[in-house]
Design a protein around this ligand. Structure first.
Ligand SMILES: Nc1ncnc2c1ncn2[C@@H]1O[C@H](COP(=O)(O)OP(=O)(O)OP(=O)(O)O)[C@@H](O)[C@H]1O
Length: 618
């Protein structure tokens, strides 16, 4: 290295590291810069001390180093520890090169290794810091993005979503929730949301927050799923909601709850309308079904008994009274023994009344179990006491606009009689289990097998009900008191049963008629019907075989007789009947004479004697 001595000092001063020029031959520092002076704690000017005083015990290492520099022309070493003037040991890296043209001069640079290491540490620290800062920034923007996406998701959700902290204060509300509730984020954030939107039940009862499932979610860590409650809108209107409230945690500590809800007002309204419509359909269906059943029954009975048959004064009296009362709405009480035709009379009254287009509801009081009578009469709603599985109209309701026939009214339990009377008098009906009363317009016909005296004395019909029913009495006379009706009735019933049983039509002989009239008929028309049916079955040929109960023969001797006039009338009718049956044919196997078991000539003379003409049997 050549050195311009004029510039040595200024070069050394400009040098960024500690540097000095050393005269080895004199062990003197020729020049040093301020970094070297600082490092070795000397004065800024070149020191007066020999350089070896800075070497101390490291002199041998320095000598080895100088030999290397001398040999190689330059060198560096970290083995030479220097001592500063204030006594500190300095770990240095020494670099050296000879100064050209100056024998024994070298230039040294000293690098303080401790300072170097400190700077390296600082640099590493700065590097770490810079790297940390970047990482933190990345994390921050990651979370910011996450939050932004969460907000987007929350706001895009169709369900209302809001959060509450552990004190029940609102922490966030999404857009759908604001739209459904009408409350804004500003209204709700930080405020007790229960007292704003969830304070009352739909029926107006206060809803204490302690009972609220959302409150329980953040108090007792429960997920609660509620299907039908209300939230209150800002405009004071309720919306029906279903919701799930779920507890949320921050670092495993319960932090509150998140509520996800859906407005189900419209759905509930539609469900209600559907329920109402179905109930209406069910009610109509029930009514139609039952009306249909009654109409079918009415048709069957009308076909079977197209008229009240009989010419006795008793029957004429009944027909007259039917004519009198049918056109009115008056209550009728029909009395008479079993099988005397009470139901037939009731049907006739209804058929010829202005209510004929509406059904006749026949309620046979004796054939309904005591515990079912009330529900049968008044109807019931689903869930009524007794376990009704569906709404059902009672007979009173079914009879609305028509006629209610209370058959065997004395068989009604007394407590039901009172309730029935109240309902009939008020013209309303209330189904069991219901609170609503329906107006009804009913014409009542009742029947009883009790006589007037028995009814008044026996206490089987309440006095007030008896008075209510007994506006227009009709009495059906037992068959034994009107034997003159027996031939016609027997003939009529025989035809019906033969047709039904698909048997050849038989003809009543005089002997059979006399036999029937001699019997006392405790079962009246119903018994006569049975006897005819039995006869149609057991009779093999055209001859009719009658089987009567025991009382027939015993009573026959005492009570069964006819006057001559009755006998004549009976014979005449029998002739008419048989001619009608044969279409006027007298002779031949299927002729009237063969059927009656007499000669054709005998029959002709009888027809002549009775003055029977075609018009009688056609
Ligand atoms: N005068 C009549 N003409 C034709 N058929 C009759 C007559 N009287 C009764 N009947 C028939 O006799 C049967 C019994 O009559 P109905 O049921 O009306 O008697 P009831 O008095 O109501 O009997 P119960 O008290 O036992 O109910 C029925 O089939 C009915 O059509």
């Amino acid at each position: 290295m050549t050195i311009d001595l004029l510039h040595t000092d200024s070069l050394l001063q400009a040098f960024p590291d500690a540097a000095l020029v050393l005269d080895l031959s004199r062990d003197r520092v020729v020049r040093w810069n301020r970094h070297a002076a600082d490092l070795l704690a000397g004065s800024p000017d070149a020191p007066a001390l020999p350089f070896s005083s800075y070497l101390g015990s490291a002199l041998p290492q320095f000598v080895v180093f100088i030999d290397e520099v001398d040999y190689r022309g330059e060198g560096w070493s970290r083995d030479v520890a220097l001592r500063s003037e204030d006594g500190r040991t300095l770990r240095c890296e020494i670099r050296a090169a000879p100064v050209a043209g100056k024998q024994g001069w070298i230039i040294l640079t000293l690098t303080d290794l401790s300072a170097l290491e400190r700077r390296a540490e600082l640099a590493a620290l700065a590097e770490t810091f810079r790297a940390g800062l970047l990482e933190w920034k990345r994390t921050e923007s990651f979370f910011a993005e996450l939050e932004r996406q969460n907000q987007l998701i929350l706001n895009a959700a169709g369900e209302g979503i809001y959060g509450v902290n552990a004190e029940g204060k609102t922490t966030f509300v999404n857009r759908a929730a604001q739209e459904m509730l009408g409350w804004t984020t500003e209204d709700l954030l930080g405020n007790d949301i229960h007292s704003i939107i969830h304070h009352h039940h739909l029926n107006g009862e206060v809803y204490p927050s302690q009972q609220c499932p959302i409150y329980r979610s953040f108090r007792f860590e429960q997920v609660n799923r509620i299907e039908d409650e209300v939230f209150w809108r800002k405009d004071g209107k309720p919306i029906r909601v279903e919701y799930v409230s779920t507890p949320i945690y921050d670092q495993r500590v319960l932090a509150g709850a998140v509520v996800i809800f859906r407005d189900i007002t419209e759905r509930k309204e539609n469900e209600r309308k559907l329920r109402d419509a179905l109930a209406q359909v069910a009610a109509l269906r029930d009514r139609l079904e039952e009306e249909n059943a009654y109409l079918q029954e009415a048709i069957t009975s009308e076909r079977a008994h197209h008229a009240i048959i009989g010419t006795s004064p008793a029957i004429k009296q009944i027909l007259m009274r039917i004519d009198l009362v049918a056109g009115t709405d008056a209550t009728v009480l029909i009395s008479g023994e079993t099988g005397t035709g009470k139901s037939l009379v009731a049907t006739e009254i209804h058929k010829t009344s202005p209510r004929a287009r509406r059904p006749l509801i026949h309620f046979k009081c004796s054939s309904v179990a005591r515990e079912e009578v009330e529900a049968e009469l008044f109807g019931q709603v689903r869930g009524a006491p007794g376990g009704a599985s569906r709404d059902k109209a009672g007979k009173l309701e079914l009879a609305h606009g028509g006629t209610l026939f209370l058959d065997d009214v004395e068989e009604l339990p007394l407590e039901i009689q009172g309730k029935l009377l109240a309902s009939l008098q008020n013209k309303t009906v209330k189904r069991l289990g219901d609170t609503r009363e329906k107006p009804v317009d009913i014409r009542v016909i009742a029947s009883t097998s009790l006589t007037d005296a028995q009814a008044r004395r026996g206490h089987r019909i309440r006095d007030d009900l008896y008075l209510f029913l007994n506006v227009f009495p009709i009495t059906c006379v037992p068959l034994r008191e009107r034997p003159e009706d027996i031939p016609l009735l027997a003939d009529h019933l025989l035809k019906i049963v033969c047709r039904r049983l698909n048997r050849p039509v038989r003809v009543l002989t005089e002997r059979v008629v006399l036999q029937l009239q001699a019997y006392d008929w405790p079962g009246n028309l119903r018994e006569l019907h049975n006897v005819m049916e039995r006869a149609a079955i057991v009779s093999r040929d055209t001859k009719l075989v009658i089987e009567l109960g025991e009382t027939a023969s015993s009573l026959q001797a005492h009570t069964a007789f006819l006057t001559e006039a009755q006998m004549q009338e009976l014979s005449r009718r029998n002739l008419v009947a048989v001619l009608r049956e044969t279409g006027g044919r007298v002779s031949g196997d299927a002729g009237a004479a063969a059927l009656l078991g007499v000669k054709p000539t005998t029959l002709y003379s009888r027809v002549k004697a009775f003055g029977i003409s075609d018009t009688d049997w056609t």
